[in-house]
Design a protein around this ligand. Structure first.
Ligand code: AGP
Length: 609
């Protein structure tokens, strides 16, 4: 939910910290701050608001430092304001901390420390960490940090500096992500990869229970007992250009337009164009075990929950295996029943969503096969699952998930076909036909993207809408949910997604001339049923926009507005029907002047519960 950054090396510190924080801003942006060490003096500057406000404030002074840390905040404890902004300090100002996570027992710690004479200046949980380090410090910063974190309950990724133990950044991880970038005589600390890609591709991903000590001569790693660790250095393929806007007004728009390539990249090397055979041995689960799978459980949150719902239709229809789709935040507390032939798949683009990670860990205690579908290599969920199926969407900067949703559907349809093939549930011709249809999807999406101007024009009509109903059936029911989520999370219009068949069971009472409906009605097995729902809405003066097949000539006379998609194999229509809804939400949000890439109250990765 927050972003932490740190740098130690020969370059000017402030620009690196600021640029890094800008690339982390999508993780949280209600306040920000940096702390530098200039020889043996600590300089701390914090602001309420975005990184740009911090940059403006810093420009008013001639500041410099030898190394430093920074933070961009998504408030959990304590209002978004300057005094609650990180970095936080102890009573003496000698120990400085930035933190991502939640300290569950901070009030008890605060009480104890107050009783020992410590004075607090903020409402935050984080501040207790600085005072604990002050309390335990003797002559070595990492030893004081190791002792301090023993008192903490909850989740933390922290970076600590002090002018008592100079030229040193100490990191500790339990929960939220933190990575170390190894440059040429310069070292970086970050919550994720994006700020580091301009400087290095050599990355160490910290695991829970890891501590790191970064100095001008390098990085050393320890466990929480102080034992030295030999950590793997990953070489990351992403390049800096992938996180620039490349001429688009917003990252979200760029990422919507990247979807055809994202599908190609996610399919790349995993489908034989000649035979339709799927190659997924990379996932690292023995084919024999997968052949014995009798049940699949998909767990996720938010948009990833919606892609999981499309995965249900893919796997049930193609592989003939029953599938349950569960909200991770609910499943983790359930008395769920799994057995050895249950395959549990956790879908998470960031690989760091706290509820999804916790749910997967709970599942592993019952030891069925766990598979992760992730977009970030080295993320916690990616590393802890038995098997891994990576999406190749590249970094997604817009807080609203778009291309990673499509990439997840691509990965899940591959998984469905793979399971079908290893279980012998699909003949060679069907495999070839279906994979050839999949290969045509990217071009079909490009055709839809060419309608962007028309969709923008339509969106203008709904700039002042207060509500929206999204309807879909069968494989497009998840798209109704996802379309509604996109609209509400970036335009702040209340929108609900519903299975169209549910209309008669209550929601139709909402229909009048002030409640517009978006209905998804491709040519599929439920076309006629969905058309009936549309007629019932029109009979009650509802305004209906549809996403329909470009060859459907009848629909135009029955609705108010039509957005068309190319004809497609019905089961794969979610790949296409979703794209107009992303653009529709995007343009309405821009007309409303919303902060599309960083919507209010949201963060890209929900790493706290
Ligand atoms: C969707 O646009 C949001 N960004 C949010 O619902 C997101 O999908 C959810 O938090 C899950 O994130 P994950 O895929 O990284 O686990």
């Amino acid at each position: 939910m927050c972003g932490i950054i740190g740098y130690i090396g020969k370059k000017e510190v402030i620009p690196i910290l600021l640029e890094g924080l800008k690339k982390l801003e999508y993780r949280g942006y209600d306040s920000a701050g940096i702390a530098l060490v200039d020889q043996n003096k600590i300089i701390r500057r914090r602001v309420e608001g975005k990184i740009s406000a911090l940059e403006t404030s810093l420009k008013k002074e001639e500041l410099a430092g030898d190394y430093g840390i920074g933070h961009t905040r998504w408030a959990t404890h304590g209002r978004p304001c300057e005094e609650n902004a990180h970095p936080h300090q102890d009573c003496t100002g000698a120990f400085i901390v930035v933190h991502n996570g939640i300290i569950e027992n901070y009030l008890a710690i605060k009480e104890t420390l107050r009783g020992e004479g410590h004075n607090f200046e903020t409402e935050t949980d984080t501040e207790v960490i600085a005072h604990l380090i002050e309390k335990y410090y003797q002559d070595n910063l990492e030893k004081a940090v190791l002792r301090a974190i023993q008192d903490l309950e909850g989740a933390f990724a922290i970076a600590v500096i002090s002018n008592h133990d100079l030229q040193k950044i100490v990191l500790a991880k339990m929960g939220p992500p933190v990575v170390v970038g190894l440059g040429e005589e310069e070292y970086f600390v970050s919550s994720d990869l994006n700020p580091l890609l301009s400087y290095t591709q050599n990355i160490v991903f910290l695991d829970d229970g890891d501590l790191a000590v970064i100095t001008p001569s390098g990085a050393e790693f320890f466990d929480f007992s102080g034992n030295s660790l030999d950590k793997k250095i990953d070489r990351i393929a992403w390049n800096p250009l992938m996180i620039e806007k490349s001429g688009y007004k917003h990252f979200m728009l760029k990422e919507i337009f990247e979807q055809p390539q994202v599908i190609r990249d996610t399919f790349q090397g995993r489908i034989s164009l000649d035979t339709g055979k799927i190659f997924l041995s990379e996932i690292g689960i023995d084919e024999k075990r997968l052949r014995d799978v009798r049940r699949v459980v998909l767990i996720a949150c938010g948009t990833s929950f919606h892609s999981s719902l499309t995965g249900k239709y893919f796997i049930e229809s193609l592989a003939g295996i029953p599938v349950d789709v569960e909200y991770a935040s609910e499943y983790r507390y359930r008395d769920f029943i799994l057995d050895k032939d249950s395959l549990v798949v956790t879908i998470s683009q960031s690989g760091e969503t706290a509820d999804s990670l916790a749910a997967m860990r709970a599942v592993k205690e019952q030891s069925p096969m766990t598979l992760a579908v992730c977009n970030v290599a080295g993320s916690s969920i990616a590393r802890e699952a038995d098997g891994l199926l990576m999406t190749h969407a590249g970094p997604e900067i817009g807080v609203a998930a778009t291309k990673t949703f499509t990439a997840q559907m691509a990965a899940l349809v591959l998984l469905a076909l793979y399971l079908a093939q290893i279980k012998g549930n699909m003949d060679a011709k069907t495999s070839l036909d279906l994979t050839q249809e999949l290969q045509r999807i990217p071009h079909k999406i490009e055709k839809i993207l060419h309608q962007a101007d028309a969709i923008e024009k339509l969106a203008l009509k709904f700039k002042y809408a207060s509500h929206f109903l999204y309807l879909g059936r069968w494989a497009n029911y998840p798209i109704a949910l996802e379309g509604a989520l996109k609209l509400k999370e970036i335009s702040y219009i209340h929108a609900e997604g519903y299975p169209a068949g549910e209309m008669k069971h209550g929601p139709i009472a909402l229909i009048d001339d002030k409640m517009p409906t978006m209905a998804i009605i491709p040519k599929d097995r439920v076309y006629d049923k969905t058309l009936s729902n549309i007629s019932e809405i029109k009979a009650r003066l509802g305004y209906v926009v549809v996403v329909a097949d470009e060859n459907d000539k009848d629909i135009r006379s029955k609705v108010d507005e039509v957005i068309t998609i190319p004809s497609v194999y019905p089961l794969f229509s979610p790949f296409l029907t979703n794209v107009p809804l992303q653009l529709f939400a995007y343009y309405i949000a821009t007309f409303r002047g919303a902060d599309v890439d960083q919507p209010r109250n949201l963060a890209k990765s929900v790493t706290v519960e």
